[in-house]
Design a binder for this molecule. Structure first.
Ligand code: HEM
Length: 234
């Protein structure tokens, strides 16, 4: 029998080995997803704050002639390309999570859909990251890149909580009941936090680029812009 004709058999055997309950491996992968998404925020911030955003001046290749950074591009090329590479590590974890949840895709549809959302959003983030570069770090595009990243951290957090049975229909952990008044308070905290993050993005885009003092500010709200009172910069 040829290897090709044995493929369905091999795949069937592998699928049979995948977990049928939410076990330690599924939980570990959920935590790895959350850690990875959080790490990308830190490394993305490092790209920005070290002025390495254009360390690779184009996308999807690093330069017109090279797929990867070259020694002549120095530390900025290294930092930016390193950040691009981390995306693959994150995608590998997201793919592994989805594979591990395969046998649970009906029973734990919630986990499967969250994992699918995480995996699908990674190429989307890669494209937005690419547009960030191709638009010379336009603050609106950088802002979108950042906001999508925040949404991914939220999705990964939901995945961890549900994998550990803390929340959702399949919750197994009995958490201490909070006073009823805490519900609207928690909702308000969530709402205002999201608002603060969005306003923070606009405010950041209104100033000079964090990693490049010469980059012009382009974002403005109404008559308040970096070139008008009361937010005039000197
Ligand atoms: C899942 C994958 C990714 C995530 C979660 C992610 C997330 C982030 C975050 C949170 C920042 C910081 C933004 C800020 O501080 O305002 C950032 C910066 C950046 N990312 Fe990504 N990123 C991803 C993939 C990529 C890819 C593939 C590229 C490819 C070009 C890229 C290009 C950039 C650039 C150039 C910056 C710096 C922007 C600047 O200097 O203002 N990112 N990323």
């Amino acid at each position: 029998m040829s290897t090709a004709s044995r493929l369905p058999q091999i795949a069937g055997r592998l699928i049979a080995r995948l977990p049928r309950t939410v076990d330690a491996s599924v939980r570990r992968l959920a935590v790895a997803s959350l850690v990875g998404q959080t790490l990308l925020v830190v490394t993305g911030g490092a790209v920005r704050l070290t002025a390495s955003g254009l360390g690779c001046p184009t996308w999807p290749r690093c330069t017109d002639t090279s797929l990867v950074n070259t020694p002549e591009m120095g530390i900025h090329g290294f930092i930016e390309f390193g950040n691009r590479l981390l995306t693959f590590a994150l995608a590998a974890v997201a793919l592994a999570m989805l594979v591990y949840l395969w046998n649970l895709r009906r029973e734990r549809r919630d986990l499967f859909l969250l994992a699918l959302g995480l995996l699908a959003s990674i190429p989307a983030q890669a494209v937005i990251g690419g547009i960030t570069v191709l638009t010379n770090l336009n603050p609106w595009v950088v802002g979108l890149h950042f906001l999508v990243s925040m949404a991914l951290v939220v999705i990964a957090t939901l995945l961890v909580n549900r994998a550990y049975g803390r929340t959702g229909r399949h919750a197994t952990v009995q958490l201490p009941a909070l006073p009823g008044v805490m519900r609207p308070v928690a909702a308000a905290v969530g709402l205002f936090s999201a608002l603060a993050v969005m306003l923070g993005v606009v405010v950041t885009g209104s100033g000079p680029h964090a990693g490049d003092a010469d980059a012009p500010a382009t974002a403005s709200i109404g008559t308040c812009s970096p070139t008008s009172m009361p937010f005039r910069r000197t």
